[in-house]
Design a protein around this ligand. Structure first.
Ligand code: XMP
Length: 519
C-alpha cells in the first residue's frame, strides 16, 4: 500500500498532518527526525512530508536531516513537502538563506498564488492561509522557484520540479487554511502520485484475518474492557475473529459513572453476545487504598497500580482455568503509541495520564489490533462493526475516573454525590441535543463547604463545578458557551436532587492555561 511518511520536527500538528493524509485516502506514519536514510528507506515511503516545529534552523540542536537525504530521495523519486520549519530546513540544508524577519506573521493571512501547476492546482489567485512564523526565506538555492507570496513574505511557497521538492511557509493541515486539504491533495495525488488505498472497510476484513492467523485455532485472548471506545471496538473486532475464545475483564474500581457497569454488561453480554465477560467488583479495595490521599498524582498512581494488581489476579485465575490463554489484547491506538516530539514534551510538563501498560512478566503475547489507527478511524470501525452510536460517540473519560474529578481526598459518599450530579448533567445535555457538539462535559466535586438556604433551613454543603469544553485536538480547548436557561435548569436540578451540593458554578477557563480535568 502506498504510504506517506511524516517526519516529525517537533510540531504540535504532526498527528494532524498524518490524519489529513489518511482522510485523503493514503496511509501515513509519523517518523522521528533523527531516522537514518537507510531506516527510512526500509519503510518505502511514496512521499515525505517534513512537519513544522518550534526551532530555528540556526539553533545548534535544532532537528536536521542526515546529510545526503535530498540526493537520496531524488534518486529514489520520492517527492518531499516541507511545512514551515520543514521548508526552512530544506532551504538551509541545500545552501539557501533563512533570516529572522522583524515582521512576524501569525494567524490568517492572504496568500497570492504565482504558480498553479503543482501544489496550488485548481485554486484561486488569492487564498486564505494560516501563518505562524518568525523566520523566512531570503535566498533560495538554484533551481527553486517561488510559487506564492504574502504581503510580508515574498517566498511563501516554493517548488523544485527536478528534485521533486516543495515547501510551504504556512500550515495547510489546519482548518484555518481554507483550501489546505486541496493543497495536500495536490501534493499527495498530483505530485507524489499515491493511490487511494487506505479504506477502513478493507482494514476490518484484513485485520480479522490477521487476528485469526496470529492467534490460531485454539489459543485464547484476554482483554481489559473499560467500556471506552478503544477497548470496546477492540473487543468487537476480536470477538468477530475468535468468538468465545475472547475473555474480557471489566474492573469496577468504584469511581465509574452512574450505571456504567450495568450498561457495559448489557452492551457486551446481551447485544454483542460475549460469553466470557468477567466482571470484577473491586470497589472497596480501590476506595480503601485511596482513603486520605489528596495528591492528584498519588491518586492516579494508586488507581493505576491497583488496577494492574486486580487485573493480574483475575488473569492468573482465568489462566489456571483456561491454559490456552496466550494473548493479552490492548486497545492502544496510534497516538498512544507514537508520541511526537511536541506531545512527549507536553506530557512531561503537564501530568502523567496515559493508559496503563501491563507488566511484561505476565508472559502473555501482546496483540494490539488498533495500533495504527486514529480515534476517528476507530469510531468509524466501531460503527461499521455495529456498536451503538451512544457508545461510539462517548466523551473521553479518564482511567482514574471520578477520582480525579473529586478534588482532594475522596470517599464513597463524595463519589456518590458527584456521580448523581454528573448523571443529571449528562441527561440534560443529551436531552438538549448538544452532547455530540461538546468535546467533554462533566461535574467536578469541590471540597469546599458554603452556606445556603433550603426552605426554612440553613444548609452547609459542597460546591459542584460544571465543566463543558469544545476542542478539536485536545491540546487546546475552550469552555462551551452553554445557554443560560439550560445551565439554570441543570443547576436547579443538581441542587434540588443531589443531597451534598447546595451551590453550582460554571467553569469559564480555557485550555491553556487551565487543563480540561481538574487533577
Ligand atoms: P487535560 O486535563 O490534560 O486532559 O486537559 C486532556 C484529555 O485527556 C483526558 N485524560 C485522560 N485520559 N487516561 C485517559 O485515558 C487518563 O488518565 C486521563 N486523564 C485525562 C481528559 O479527559 C482530556 O480529554
Amino acid at each position: 500500500m502506498d504510504k506517506i511518511c511524516i517526519i516529525d520536527m517537533g510540531s504540535q500538528y504532526s498527528h494532524l498532518i498524518a490524519r489529513r493524509v489518511r482522510e485523503l485516502g493514503v496511509y501515513s506514519e509519523i517518523i522521528p527526525h533523527n531516522i537514518s536514510i537507510s531506516d527510512l528507506m526500509v519503510l518505502s515511503p511514496k512521499g515525505i512530508i517534513l512537519s513544522g516545529g518550534p526551532s530555528s534552523v540556526y539553533e545548534e540542536n535544532s532537528p536536521k536531516l542526515e546529510e545526503g537525504f535530498y540526493e537520496h530521495v531524488k534518486t529514489e523519486g520520492i517527492p518531499v513537502l516541507g511545512i514551515c520549519y520543514g521548508l526552512h530546513l530544506i532551504i538551509h540544508q541545500l545552501g539557501g538563506i533563512i533570516e529572522s524577519n522583524e515582521k512576524k506573521e501569525y494567524g490568517k493571512t492572504e496568500l497570492e498564488i504565482l504558480d498553479f501547476d503543482s501544489l496550488f492546482y485548481s485554486l484561486d489567485k488569492k487564498e486564505i492561509v494560516w501563518m505562524s512564523h518568525g523566520d523566512q526565506i531570503t535566498q533560495m538555492p538554484d533551481g527553486f522557484k517561488s510559487l506564492a507570496k504574502t504581503n510580508t513574505c515574498p517566498i511563501a511557497a516554493f517548488g523544485n520540479e527536478k528534485l521533486g521538492i516543495y515547501g510551504v511557509q504556512f500550515h495547510p493541515e489546519v482548518v484555518n487554511t481554507a483550501k489546505g486539504t486541496i493543497m495536500l491533495n495536490n501534493f499527495i495525488h498530483k505530485i507524489v502520485g499515491a493511490k487511494k488505498e487506505w479504506k477502513l472497510e478493507d482494514w476490518i476484513e484484513t485485520n480479522i484475518e490477521f487476528i485469526k492467523e496470529e492467534v490460531g485455532a485454539i489459543n485464547r485472548v484476554i482483554l481489559g474492557l473499560s467500556g471506552g471506545v478503544d477497548s470496546s471496538v477492540c473487543a468487537v473486532l476480536l470477538h468477530k475473529a475468535i468468538g468465545d475464545r475472547l475473555h474480557c475483564i471489566f474492573v469496577n474500581n468504584g469511581v465509574l459513572r452512574k450505571n456504567e457497569e450495568i450498561e457495559v454488561q448489557k452492551q457486551f453480554k446481551e447485544k454483542i453476545n460475549l460469553k466470557n465477560f468477567h466482571y470484577v467488583d473491586a470497589k472497596s479495595l480501590f476506595l480503601e487504598r485511596l482513603k486520605g490521599v489528596d495528591d492528584p498524582e498519588e491518586k492516579r498512581k494508586i488507581i493505576g497500580h491497583t488496577f494492574i494488581e486486580v487485573f493480574e489476579k483475575k488473569t492468573i485465575e482465568l489462566e489456571t482455568k483456561y491454559p490456552s490463554i496466550k494473548y493479552l489484547a490492548q486497545g492502544t491506538i496510534y497516538p498512544d503509541r507514537v508520541e511526537t516530539a511536541a506531545t512527549s514534551k507536553n506530557a512531561a510538563k503537564i501530568k502523567s495520564h496515559h493508559n496503563l501498560t501491563l507488566p511484561e512478566d505476565m508472559r502473555l503475547k501482546i496483540i494490539e489490533p488498533l495500533k495504527d489507527l486514529y480515534k476517528d478511524e476507530v469510531r468509524k470501525i466501531g460503527e461499521q462493526l455495529g456498536l451503538e452510536p451512544e457508545l461510539i460517540d462517548r466523551h473521553p473519560f479518564p482511567g482514574p475516573g471520578l477520582a480525579v474529578r473529586c478534588v482532594g481526598a475522596i470517599d464513597k459518599e463524595k463519589i456518590e454525590i458527584l456521580r448523581e450530579a454528573d448523571s443529571i448533567l449528562l441527561e440534560e445535555i443529551r436531552k438538549a441535543g448538544i452532547y455530540n457538539d461538546l468535546w467533554q462535559v462533566f461535574c467536578v466535586f469541590l471540597p469546599v463547604k458554603t452556606v445556603g438556604v433550603m426552605g426554612d433551613f440553613r444548609t452547609y454543603e459542597y460546591i459542584c463545578s460544571i465543566r463543558a469544553v469544545e476542542s478539536k485536538d485536545v491540546m487546546t480547548a475552550s469552555f462551551a458557551k452553554l445557554e443560560w436557561d439550560l445551565l439554570e435548569k441543570i443547576g436547579t436540578r443538581i441542587i434540588n436532587e443531589v443531597k451534598g451540593f447546595n451551590r453550582v458554578v460554571y467553569d469559564i477557563s480555557n485550555k491553556p492555561p487551565a487543563t480540561i480535568e481538574y487533577e
